[in-house]
Design a protein around this ligand. Sequence first.
Ligand code: 5GP
Length: 217
Amino acid sequence: MQATTIERRGFILILSSPSGAGKTTLTRAVASDPKWGLDLSISVTTRQRRPSEIDGKHYNFIDREAFDALRGADNLLEWAEVHGNFYGTPRRPVEKVLGAGRDMIFDIDYQGTRQVRGKLAEDVVTVFILPPSLAELRHRLERRAEDSPETIEKRLANSRIEIQRWVEYDYVLVNDDLDDAFHALKGILTAERLKRARNTGLADFVDGLLAEPDTIA
Ligand code: 5GP
């Protein structure tokens, strides 16, 4: 981390993966560490809440009518139908965070990623998380034991389609060890924050640097 603060544009870090590849764990781990100063986008969804989930923390759980109203009023930055349910990212919080020069992390699918990239281009960084194997993916979904066997089968069938979207992403991680994946993610974040084009305050900083005497008083 640099001690000198240089003004820069905020960006959106998107994580996508098939269900069970560990993306939600990773997203929450990096978002809950204050050192990284990342705001987590809370999506709205029409999916049923899982027993371990908290309304307003993991998602805002809403019905189809409320979802359609948000979409109709252009209050969603992106939205998609995934595994038969609707999911969307509320626009307002994103505008607020980016406007303040901060970064935000999204846990969304490839359809939503395309929409966000179409709208915000340079201000989007995308990461795809792959499972080490499909057998491990099944094991993780079954171990989680929060979805019905039919839902698990549906998610596994969809994962074969989702995995093929890896080519659309900036970075690809194979998550066979959570600590390693977390470490890699922090590396991506650090590098992206240092990109010259994002650091809009650099020119002023360098001007100031060059205007200073190079002798020690
Ligand atoms: P789950 O039901 O397991 O929480 O999520 C299913 C899928 O929906 C995951 O791939 C997740 O990334 C994606 N998802 C969650 N929220 C959103 C969202 O707001 N927009 C889009 N496009 N996908 C989302």
